[in-house]
Design a protein around this ligand. Structure first.
Ligand code: HEM
Ligand code: HEM
Length: 175
Protein backbone atom coordinates (compact mmCIF):
# COMPACT_ATOMS: atom_id res chain seq x y z
CA UNK A 1 0.00 0.00 0.00
CA UNK A 2 1.46 3.32 -1.02
CA UNK A 3 1.73 6.01 1.64
CA UNK A 4 -1.11 8.19 0.47
CA UNK A 5 -4.50 8.91 1.94
CA UNK A 6 -7.28 6.91 0.32
CA UNK A 7 -9.91 9.40 -0.76
CA UNK A 8 -13.38 7.90 -0.84
CA UNK A 9 -16.44 8.48 -2.93
CA UNK A 10 -19.10 10.21 -0.82
CA UNK A 11 -21.70 8.14 1.04
CA UNK A 12 -24.51 8.74 -1.44
CA UNK A 13 -22.29 7.66 -4.38
CA UNK A 14 -21.11 4.53 -2.51
CA UNK A 15 -24.63 3.54 -1.43
CA UNK A 16 -26.05 4.00 -4.94
CA UNK A 17 -23.11 2.13 -6.51
CA UNK A 18 -23.73 -1.02 -4.44
CA UNK A 19 -27.55 -0.95 -4.59
CA UNK A 20 -27.47 -0.53 -8.38
CA UNK A 21 -24.68 -3.12 -8.82
CA UNK A 22 -26.68 -5.72 -6.86
CA UNK A 23 -29.86 -4.83 -8.74
CA UNK A 24 -28.14 -5.07 -12.16
CA UNK A 25 -26.80 -8.55 -11.38
CA UNK A 26 -30.30 -9.60 -10.19
CA UNK A 27 -31.74 -8.20 -13.44
CA UNK A 28 -29.36 -10.17 -15.62
CA UNK A 29 -30.21 -13.40 -13.77
CA UNK A 30 -33.98 -12.72 -13.98
CA UNK A 31 -33.78 -11.63 -17.64
CA UNK A 32 -31.72 -14.56 -18.88
CA UNK A 33 -33.38 -17.07 -16.53
CA UNK A 34 -36.94 -15.96 -17.30
CA UNK A 35 -37.89 -19.23 -19.01
CA UNK A 36 -36.37 -21.36 -16.26
CA UNK A 37 -38.16 -19.37 -13.51
CA UNK A 38 -41.51 -19.26 -15.31
CA UNK A 39 -43.09 -22.12 -13.35
CA UNK A 40 -41.83 -21.07 -9.92
CA UNK A 41 -42.37 -17.30 -9.71
CA UNK A 42 -43.28 -14.29 -11.90
CA UNK A 43 -39.73 -13.34 -12.85
CA UNK A 44 -40.65 -10.90 -15.64
CA UNK A 45 -42.96 -8.55 -13.66
CA UNK A 46 -40.27 -8.44 -10.94
CA UNK A 47 -37.59 -7.84 -13.61
CA UNK A 48 -39.60 -4.90 -14.95
CA UNK A 49 -40.24 -3.38 -11.50
CA UNK A 50 -36.60 -3.64 -10.42
CA UNK A 51 -35.52 -2.29 -13.81
CA UNK A 52 -37.72 0.81 -13.53
CA UNK A 53 -36.33 1.36 -10.02
CA UNK A 54 -32.79 1.12 -11.42
CA UNK A 55 -33.69 3.74 -14.02
CA UNK A 56 -34.94 6.19 -11.37
CA UNK A 57 -31.92 5.60 -9.10
CA UNK A 58 -29.50 5.88 -12.05
CA UNK A 59 -30.90 9.23 -13.19
CA UNK A 60 -30.43 10.55 -9.66
CA UNK A 61 -26.97 8.96 -9.49
CA UNK A 62 -25.91 10.63 -12.74
CA UNK A 63 -27.11 14.00 -11.42
CA UNK A 64 -25.22 13.34 -8.17
CA UNK A 65 -22.04 12.35 -10.02
CA UNK A 66 -22.10 15.48 -12.20
CA UNK A 67 -22.62 17.71 -9.17
CA UNK A 68 -20.11 15.83 -6.93
CA UNK A 69 -16.83 15.01 -8.75
CA UNK A 70 -15.07 11.71 -8.03
CA UNK A 71 -12.00 11.76 -5.77
CA UNK A 72 -8.73 11.82 -7.77
CA UNK A 73 -7.25 8.43 -8.68
CA UNK A 74 -3.82 7.44 -7.27
CA UNK A 75 -1.13 9.60 -8.89
CA UNK A 76 0.96 6.53 -9.77
CA UNK A 77 -1.77 4.95 -11.91
CA UNK A 78 -0.68 4.64 -15.58
CA UNK A 79 -2.53 6.98 -17.93
CA UNK A 80 -3.96 4.14 -20.03
CA UNK A 81 -5.55 2.65 -16.92
CA UNK A 82 -7.02 6.00 -15.93
CA UNK A 83 -8.44 6.38 -19.46
CA UNK A 84 -9.83 2.85 -19.49
CA UNK A 85 -11.39 3.28 -16.03
CA UNK A 86 -13.03 6.60 -16.95
CA UNK A 87 -14.26 5.23 -20.30
CA UNK A 88 -15.80 2.17 -18.68
CA UNK A 89 -17.36 4.19 -15.86
CA UNK A 90 -19.08 6.58 -18.29
CA UNK A 91 -20.18 3.64 -20.45
CA UNK A 92 -21.74 2.13 -17.31
CA UNK A 93 -23.53 5.41 -16.57
CA UNK A 94 -24.95 5.35 -20.11
CA UNK A 95 -25.95 1.68 -19.85
CA UNK A 96 -27.64 1.84 -16.43
CA UNK A 97 -29.98 4.37 -18.07
CA UNK A 98 -30.22 3.03 -21.65
CA UNK A 99 -30.83 -0.62 -20.72
CA UNK A 100 -33.88 -0.06 -18.46
CA UNK A 101 -35.15 2.69 -20.80
CA UNK A 102 -35.04 0.31 -23.78
CA UNK A 103 -36.82 -2.36 -21.70
CA UNK A 104 -39.52 0.14 -20.76
CA UNK A 105 -40.02 1.24 -24.39
CA UNK A 106 -40.08 -2.38 -25.60
CA UNK A 107 -42.58 -3.42 -22.91
CA UNK A 108 -44.79 -0.39 -23.63
CA UNK A 109 -45.47 -1.94 -27.04
CA UNK A 110 -46.34 -5.31 -25.46
CA UNK A 111 -49.73 -6.61 -24.31
CA UNK A 112 -48.97 -6.91 -20.58
CA UNK A 113 -49.83 -4.17 -18.08
CA UNK A 114 -46.84 -2.50 -16.43
CA UNK A 115 -47.05 -2.46 -12.66
CA UNK A 116 -44.60 -1.78 -9.88
CA UNK A 117 -44.87 -4.93 -7.72
CA UNK A 118 -48.67 -4.64 -7.81
CA UNK A 119 -48.54 -1.32 -5.92
CA UNK A 120 -49.07 1.17 -8.76
CA UNK A 121 -49.25 1.34 -12.54
CA UNK A 122 -46.19 2.33 -14.54
CA UNK A 123 -47.29 4.45 -17.52
CA UNK A 124 -46.62 3.12 -21.01
CA UNK A 125 -44.90 5.09 -23.77
CA UNK A 126 -46.99 5.51 -26.94
CA UNK A 127 -45.13 2.83 -28.90
CA UNK A 128 -46.81 0.62 -31.50
CA UNK A 129 -46.26 -3.14 -31.51
CA UNK A 130 -43.78 -4.16 -34.25
CA UNK A 131 -42.85 -0.49 -34.89
CA UNK A 132 -39.18 0.25 -35.72
CA UNK A 133 -38.79 1.89 -32.30
CA UNK A 134 -40.18 -1.16 -30.48
CA UNK A 135 -37.93 -3.50 -32.49
CA UNK A 136 -34.83 -1.33 -31.95
CA UNK A 137 -35.56 -1.13 -28.22
CA UNK A 138 -35.96 -4.91 -28.08
CA UNK A 139 -32.72 -5.61 -29.95
CA UNK A 140 -30.83 -2.93 -28.00
CA UNK A 141 -32.11 -4.29 -24.68
CA UNK A 142 -30.93 -7.82 -25.40
CA UNK A 143 -27.54 -6.81 -26.78
CA UNK A 144 -26.75 -4.25 -24.06
CA UNK A 145 -28.18 -6.47 -21.33
CA UNK A 146 -25.77 -9.24 -22.29
CA UNK A 147 -22.90 -6.79 -22.85
CA UNK A 148 -23.12 -6.00 -19.13
CA UNK A 149 -21.65 -9.43 -18.33
CA UNK A 150 -18.14 -9.04 -19.88
CA UNK A 151 -18.00 -5.39 -18.80
CA UNK A 152 -18.83 -6.25 -15.19
CA UNK A 153 -16.18 -8.99 -15.25
CA UNK A 154 -13.63 -6.46 -16.57
CA UNK A 155 -14.67 -3.92 -13.92
CA UNK A 156 -14.51 -6.42 -11.05
CA UNK A 157 -11.23 -7.82 -12.43
CA UNK A 158 -9.74 -4.32 -12.43
CA UNK A 159 -10.95 -3.71 -8.86
CA UNK A 160 -9.39 -7.01 -7.66
CA UNK A 161 -6.16 -6.31 -9.59
CA UNK A 162 -5.86 -2.97 -7.79
CA UNK A 163 -6.70 -4.55 -4.46
CA UNK A 164 -4.38 -7.57 -4.55
CA UNK A 165 -1.66 -6.80 -7.11
CA UNK A 166 -1.12 -3.03 -7.19
CA UNK A 167 -2.45 -2.58 -3.65
CA UNK A 168 -3.24 1.09 -4.08
CA UNK A 169 -6.52 1.10 -2.13
CA UNK A 170 -8.81 1.79 -5.11
CA UNK A 171 -11.41 -0.73 -3.88
CA UNK A 172 -11.64 1.06 -0.52
CA UNK A 173 -12.67 4.25 -2.34
CA UNK A 174 -16.01 2.54 -2.97
CA UNK A 175 -16.43 0.72 0.41
C1 HEM B 1 -30.79 -2.27 -15.75
C2 HEM B 1 -31.93 -2.89 -15.91
C3 HEM B 1 -32.12 -4.08 -16.79
C4 HEM B 1 -31.23 -5.06 -17.17
C5 HEM B 1 -29.76 -5.19 -16.80
C6 HEM B 1 -31.96 -5.99 -18.01
C7 HEM B 1 -31.41 -7.11 -18.59
C8 HEM B 1 -32.09 -8.01 -19.36
C9 HEM B 1 -31.53 -9.21 -19.93
C10 HEM B 1 -30.08 -9.66 -19.80
C11 HEM B 1 -32.53 -9.85 -20.60
C12 HEM B 1 -32.41 -11.18 -21.39
C13 HEM B 1 -32.14 -10.87 -22.82
C14 HEM B 1 -32.08 -12.09 -23.68
O1 HEM B 1 -32.67 -13.14 -23.34
O2 HEM B 1 -31.44 -12.02 -24.74
C15 HEM B 1 -33.73 -9.06 -20.45
C16 HEM B 1 -34.96 -9.39 -21.00
C17 HEM B 1 -36.10 -8.63 -20.88
N1 HEM B 1 -36.21 -7.43 -20.20
FE1 HEM B 1 -34.75 -6.49 -19.20
N2 HEM B 1 -33.26 -5.56 -18.13
C18 HEM B 1 -33.40 -4.40 -17.41
C19 HEM B 1 -34.54 -3.63 -17.28
C20 HEM B 1 -35.77 -3.90 -17.88
C21 HEM B 1 -36.95 -3.07 -17.80
C22 HEM B 1 -37.04 -1.76 -17.03
C23 HEM B 1 -37.93 -3.69 -18.52
C24 HEM B 1 -39.37 -3.28 -18.75
C25 HEM B 1 -40.03 -2.40 -18.04
C26 HEM B 1 -37.37 -4.92 -19.06
C27 HEM B 1 -38.05 -5.83 -19.82
C28 HEM B 1 -37.51 -6.99 -20.35
C29 HEM B 1 -38.27 -7.95 -21.14
C30 HEM B 1 -39.76 -7.85 -21.52
C31 HEM B 1 -37.38 -8.97 -21.47
C32 HEM B 1 -37.68 -10.24 -22.30
C33 HEM B 1 -37.32 -9.99 -23.72
C34 HEM B 1 -37.56 -11.22 -24.58
O3 HEM B 1 -37.30 -12.33 -24.11
O4 HEM B 1 -37.97 -11.06 -25.72
N3 HEM B 1 -36.05 -5.01 -18.66
N4 HEM B 1 -33.45 -7.96 -19.70
C1 HEM C 1 -22.48 -4.94 -11.31
C2 HEM C 1 -22.60 -3.76 -11.78
C3 HEM C 1 -21.68 -2.59 -11.53
C4 HEM C 1 -21.80 -1.39 -12.13
C5 HEM C 1 -22.86 -1.00 -13.17
C6 HEM C 1 -20.74 -0.53 -11.62
C7 HEM C 1 -20.56 0.78 -12.02
C8 HEM C 1 -19.55 1.60 -11.56
C9 HEM C 1 -19.38 2.98 -11.95
C10 HEM C 1 -20.28 3.74 -12.94
C11 HEM C 1 -18.30 3.46 -11.29
C12 HEM C 1 -17.72 4.87 -11.38
C13 HEM C 1 -18.20 5.70 -10.22
C14 HEM C 1 -18.02 7.18 -10.47
O1 HEM C 1 -16.97 7.61 -10.95
O2 HEM C 1 -18.97 7.91 -10.14
C15 HEM C 1 -17.80 2.40 -10.45
C16 HEM C 1 -16.72 2.49 -9.62
C17 HEM C 1 -16.21 1.44 -8.89
N1 HEM C 1 -16.71 0.17 -8.82
FE1 HEM C 1 -18.33 -0.54 -9.77
N2 HEM C 1 -19.99 -1.24 -10.72
C18 HEM C 1 -20.52 -2.50 -10.62
C19 HEM C 1 -20.07 -3.52 -9.79
C20 HEM C 1 -18.93 -3.46 -9.02
C21 HEM C 1 -18.41 -4.56 -8.24
C22 HEM C 1 -19.04 -5.95 -8.09
C23 HEM C 1 -17.25 -4.11 -7.65
C24 HEM C 1 -16.34 -4.85 -6.69
C25 HEM C 1 -15.43 -5.62 -6.98
C26 HEM C 1 -17.07 -2.73 -8.04
C27 HEM C 1 -16.03 -1.91 -7.66
C28 HEM C 1 -15.89 -0.59 -7.99
C29 HEM C 1 -14.82 0.27 -7.49
C30 HEM C 1 -13.69 -0.13 -6.54
C31 HEM C 1 -15.02 1.54 -8.05
C32 HEM C 1 -14.17 2.80 -7.82
C33 HEM C 1 -13.22 3.00 -8.95
C34 HEM C 1 -12.50 4.31 -8.78
O3 HEM C 1 -12.07 4.62 -7.68
O4 HEM C 1 -12.38 5.07 -9.75
N3 HEM C 1 -18.11 -2.38 -8.89
N4 HEM C 1 -18.58 1.26 -10.64
Amino acid sequence: MQEQAVLKYNGVARTLHWIIALAIITEIVLGLGNDAFRDSFPAMPIHKAIGITILALSLFRLYWRISHPAPPLPAAMPRWQVGLAHGLHWLFYAMIIAVPMSGWIMSSAGPYPLQWLGLFDIPKWPVMKDSPLAEAAHAGHEVMGKLFIPLILLHVGAALYHQFVVRDGVLRRML
